[in-house]
Design a protein around this ligand. Structure first.
Ligand code: DNO
Length: 398
């Protein structure tokens, strides 16, 4: 079987190199398992806890209190990088560098904000950070009707019921999200932002899907040179759920739309966060076919499971997030991991939202326990692939 020099080195000196491998990226031609970490003061989970999750050597983080549109200070990036390294981990990527609304709307100041975004990318590149997740959703980031639906085993999960969503005004939605957030600020649902919900809706009034798409392409074309220079992979997060909500346009929802976007800016650095739980909300999306169609452009994978509670033709859509295991939800998780493996995926991966279990007090979806179980399960599936499937003929991405 073909083995790259990196893999050969790893095979011979693996045991010796393991404790320091994450500093030098000496691991085999492998995916990189990570956990999301919001930063000290924002997260109930510590870096020291993450360090003890088997196989996890990196975190996905951000400057959580940064304001979209501002250029990140180099010193702030260096500070969080040092904190992560001091805990024996590395920053495997950023989720997210958020996009200012003027860029999405195509407003008069968009070039100024793009310039700032480029400065942020430049500084991340200088600090050896090469993967950036972002989204292009108007007004809201992800949307759920409940953050703590009680399951029969006593755990709680995030859930979506179309009747509940269709029947509320966006501002009421925020109040219910805020009430269930255990005192944490949820990504995309920052109170300052929600206080401007009406104003934001007004701003997006003249933006339809085509305009939003063109504004995304404009943004991507402008940032590709800096991505080329610093080898930064941009990984757009899908719209969650994968259809328009509250009458707002959504463009990163399906294989066709995503392939159009990848083609419009046909640079390997223009890639995806393949979030199974977001694309999978729309049951018309065939996740494995989608992974194959985006081969080579999936830089970041969020892998989690969903459980649908209503039939596919039911006008009411109800789903909830489940544990990561195939047996607890509607997705075939082995098939998903296997397809990533077979198509040469060697990027950053993380378990996504977990259930809240064992009485943990945490940000809904982002507790330690269920995500640690998820990370371990996903690594088990990956190991099964490595030991049974020959992908020596497959071109890996990196
Ligand atoms: C929710 C997350 C999203 C995601 C952003 C990326 O839990 O999946 O908030 O991080 O959409 O920009």
């Amino acid at each position: 079987m073909f083995k790259s020099p990196k893999t050969v080195l790893w095979t011979i000196f693996g045991d010796l190199l393991e404790p320091i491998s994450h500093f030098f990226e000496l691991r085999g031609d492998d995916m990189e398992m990570t956990l999301r970490w919001y930063g000290t003061g924002f997260d109930s989970v510590t870096l020291q806890q993450i360090r003890q999750v088997p196989g996890v050597h990196g975190v996905i983080t951000t400057l959580y209190d940064s304001v979209p549109g501002d250029a990140w200070e180099l010193s702030a990036i260096q500070k969080i990088k040092k904190e992560v390294q001091d805990a024996g981990l590395k920053i495997a990527g950023i989720e997210s560098v958020n996009i200012h609304d003027d860029i999405k709307i195509g407003g008069g100041d968009r070039d100024k904000y793009i310039e700032n975004y480029i400065k942020t990318l430049e500084r991340l590149g200088q600090e050896d950070i090469h993967m950036v997740c972002y989204n292009f959703m108007p007004v809201f980031d992800w949307t759920r009707s409940e953050l703590a639906r009680l399951c029969e085993d006593g755990s709680t999960v995030l859930a979506y019921n179309s009747k509940a969503i269709d029947g509320v005004k966006p501002e009421e939605m925020f109040a219910s999200i805020d009430k269930d957030s255990n005192g944490f600020i949820l990504p995309g649902w920052e109170p300052e932002r929600m206080a401007r919900v009406k104003e934001l809706f007004e701003m997006y009034k003249s933006v339809d899907e085509e305009k939003l798409f063109n504004n995304l392409v404009y943004f991507l074309k402008a940032i590709m040179p800096v991505c080329d220079k610093y080898n930064i992979d941009m990984a757009i997060h899908p719209d969650d759920p994968a259809w328009p909500v509250f009458g707002l346009p959504r463009i990163i929802t399906s294989q066709d739309k995503v392939c159009r976007m990848l083609k419009a800016v046909d640079n390997p650095h223009n890639g995806l966060t393949f979030c199974t739980g977001s694309y999978g909300t729309n049951r018309k999306n065939d996740l494995c076919e989608f992974i194959k169609a985006a081969q080579g452009r999936i830089h970041f994978a969020h892998v989690r499971n969903l459980k649908f509670n209503t039939a596919i033709d039911d006008p009411v859509l109800d789903f909830q997030e489940s544990a990561h295991l195939s047996s607890t939800g509607s997705f075939d998780m082995f098939k998903i991991v296997k397809t990533l493996y077979e198509t040469g995926f060697d990027g950053v991966i993380r378990p996504d939202h977990g259930r809240t279990i064992w009485g943990e007090k945490c940000m809904p979806g982002y507790g330690l326990y269920d995500r640690a179980l998820g990370a371990t399960y996903l690594q088990g599936l990956w190991e099964a692939c490595e030991k049974t499937i020959d992908r020596s003929g497959v071109k890996l991405y990196r």
